[in-house]
Design a protein around this ligand. Structure first.
Ligand SMILES: Cc1cc2nc3c(=O)[nH]c(=O)nc-3n(C[C@H](O)[C@H](O)[C@H](O)COP(=O)(O)OP(=O)(O)OC[C@H]3O[C@@H](n4cnc5c(N)ncnc54)[C@H](O)[C@@H]3O)c2cc1C
Ligand code: SF4
Length: 599
């Protein structure tokens, strides 16, 4: 281990000498510390670069995480309202986007399901043919899975057993699977809650405690069992020299030295994200930038920077091809069920009800009942006024016929103990667009606004399954109020907006995540994903970031001249034939550099 650290220090020194970079505060600034950001920080430090990570969210530890979702100020992120948690919901006309905001990004609130998508995703979307994805990606998925500690879920809770039973009754029993998760679990037959020295990184990581099946993963793991990024990639990045700036929001990124393409470096301006009055602005300089602020965060930030005149040459494709994984949240409430269905891990298992439609059994921990305020009786039918009328009729009818039972179903108390959330995802393609526009009701500034065809909120097969589930388990099938009232689906899996493509006419980055028309600028987060994955996206975001970083040379070898290339003829070997306007061809070696990985 000492040799490892020495090697890193040596590389770091070599890097500084090689490019005489003392005039810059850092070699790279990474914006955002989620999956893409943490991979980037770790791999760049490993290659000898001086790295800073700017993260708008707070740092969380088992001691300051909320006990339940009723601690709204420590769960929700709306600093202007005094809410300084790690989870946010953004409401748009077409979709409600759920996302994380913390040191460790979405990993603090995510359910830790880590699934590879079906191979066919590489054959659709604007990344098709730009690399031999099917041959290249398996090794990056393998590294990502190892680093995130992916393992098969050993813990089936009551909700998972019910899912299995219902699936068998309706003929999908053979598709039942245990989730693949990033959770440190006890060995078969052993109790959870035991602490061990680092089990994942050859002793270089922090000590960890085995899972106690509390179902609290989405409220942040207070037991040190979930493999969050601050215990993995980001931990190692910091250990070897990356500086993480929490509660620091990036508000500007400007090319320096009159070189509009960033070849003379960038100035990054920040404010304190949790400050009410004094924004405590900061200014940092660097040679390269990695945007890793998530699909929504990077898209919004780049729109702001384009508008400000800082990065005017970002592709006009910005905001296009935003995908929502075609999700629908339904569920079944089981009052009087003999077991506490919040036990287990947040997403313990799943099934496929057809080739494109996949349902996972999801739970919140006992006491975290706030989401119960958004659930109501299940309503079928096409979205629109008729569906609302049908919902009202069902609701009023149910209240008149069974007033106590209905009120019991709608009350938030004991919701988590009695509610199995069924998260339905479809891999059918479809996308919306985000634009930067003024709103008629507030014309003084521009906002992110969605356009395009409505994403379906009603997936009939999923509703039928929920009804069957309710029948078998002795409960009542339920829907989400916003899906019925506003015909707006919710998603925790927003991807796209800065997609990988062959040219700036079709996307924002090239197949190595280099931003078109700029030098030494990359995007490594969910915004680059160019197809609907049909599964939870974090493993793919991590694997893509691993791949992108593998092309960056060690600090001692860089000439700081890395620019995106357009592809005139997309082919499976991704021959790069054209140059972006005004940029010199990068002379960085095409094959992944030969540096040695530490972990
Ligand atoms: C409740 C919930 C459960 C989920 N469960 C799963 C799951 O089980 N499996 C799965 O694969 N996915 C899951 N997801 C989705 C997953 O969290 C995201 O897909 C993933 O985190 C996206 O990774 P990313 O690298 O794109 O960005 P993120 O992980 O979202 O990180 C981006 C970071 O950038 C920061 N940031 C944004 N703007 C700025 C700025 N201007 N300056 C500084 N920092 C900024 C944000 O605060 C954030 O921390 C879940 C999401 C939610 C909300
Ligand atoms: S179930 Fe509980 S202990 Fe296990 S990973 Fe989730 S939050 Fe942590």
């Amino acid at each position: 281990m000492n040799r490892t650290i020495a090697r890193l220090e040596e590389r770091s020194n070599e890097g500084s000498v090689a490019h005489g970079n003392n005039q810059f505060d850092f070699d790279f600034i990474v914006i955002g510390s989620g999956f893409g950001g943490s991979v980037s920080a770790h791999r760049l430090v490993e290659k000898g670069y001086r790295v800073a990570v700017m993260e708008m969210g707070r740092r969380w530890t088992p001691d300051n995480l909320p006990r339940t979702s009723w601690s709204i100020h420590r769960w929700f992120w709306r600093p202007e309202l005094g809410l300084r948690g790690f989870f946010n919901m953004r409401f748009f006309r077409h979709v409600t986007i759920l996302h994380g905001c913390a040191v460790g990004g979405g990993s603090i609130t995510y359910a830790s399901t880590l699934l590879p998508p079906p191979e066919k995703v590489w054959e659709t979307g604007s990344w098709r043919g730009l690399a031999d994805w099917k041959a290249e990606m398996p090794r990056h998925y393998e590294i990502a899975a190892r680093m995130l500690g992916v393992t098969e879920n050993k813990i089936l809770g009551p909700a998972d057993h019910l899912l299995k039973k219902v699936a068998a009754k309706v003929g999908f029993g053979h598709t039942f699977y245990r989730s693949k998760v990033g959770i440190f679990q006890a060995a078969e037959g052993e109790e959870g809650g035991k602490t061990f020295p680092d089990p994942f990184f050859g002793g270089e990581g922090p000590q960890r405690t085995t899972c106690i099946q509390c179902g609290g993963c989405m409220m942040g793991c207070r037991h040190g069992a979930k493999n969050t990024l601050d215990l993995g990639y980001l931990y190692l990045a910091e250990k070897y020299g990356a500086r993480v700036f929490p509660e620091t929001r990036v508000v500007n990124v400007k090319p320096m030295g009159g070189m509009g393409d960033g070849s003379a470096g960038y100035e990054v301006c920040t404010v304190k994200s949790t400050a009410w009055i004094h924004s405590q602005s900061g200014r940092f300089t660097c040679r390269g930038v990695v945007f890793a602020a998530s699909s929504l965060g990077t898209t919004e930030l780049l729109f702001q920077l384009k508008e400000k005149g800082s990065l005017t040459d970002i592709s006009k494709q910005l905001g296009k091809h935003v995908r929502t994984n075609s999700e629908s949240l339904i569920g079944v409430r089981l009052p009087g069920f003999p077991e506490d269905v919040s036990q287990g891990i947040a997403i313990g298992s799943g099934i496929y009800i057809d080739e494109h439609t996949h349902i996972e059994a999801v739970r919140y921990p006992a006491g975290s009942d706030v989401m119960g305020l958004l659930t109501t009786v299940l309503t079928d039918g096409r979205p629109g006024p008729l569906r609302i009328a049908l919902w009202l009729r069902n609701l009023v009818g149910s209240l008149l016929r069974h007033p106590f039972k209905t009120l019991h179903l709608l009350r938030p108390w004991r919701w988590a103990r009695e509610f199995v959330i069924l998260l339905c995802m479809q891999s059918l393609d479809g996308h919306i667009e985000m634009r930067w526009q003024r709103r008629w009701f507030w014309p003084f500034r521009k906002f992110l606004v969605t356009h395009g065809d409505k994403v379906p909120t009603y997936i009939p097969q999923a509703n039928q399954f929920a009804q069957k589930f309710a029948q078998v388990a002795g409960g009542t099938a339920m829907s989400m109020v916003p899906e019925i009232l506003f015909n707006v689906p919710s998603t925790a899996h927003c991807i796209g907006g800065c997609v990988i493509a062959d040219s700036s006419g079709r996307g924002v980055v090239d197949s190595r995540h280099r931003v078109f028309n700029y030098k030494n600028m990359y995007i490594c987060d969910g915004s680059v994903v160019a197809a609907n994955l049909g599964v939870n996206p974090s493993l793919t975001i991590t694997a893509l970031a691993e791949r992108a970083m593998s092309f960056i040379p060690p600090a001692a070898e860089t000439d700081w001249n890395d620019a995106a290339s357009s592809v005139l003829h997309a082919s499976s070997d991704a021959s790069e034939t054209a140059e972006p306007a005004g940029s010199k061809r990068s002379n960085i070696a095409c094959s992944p550099c030969s540096h040695k990985r530490l972990v």
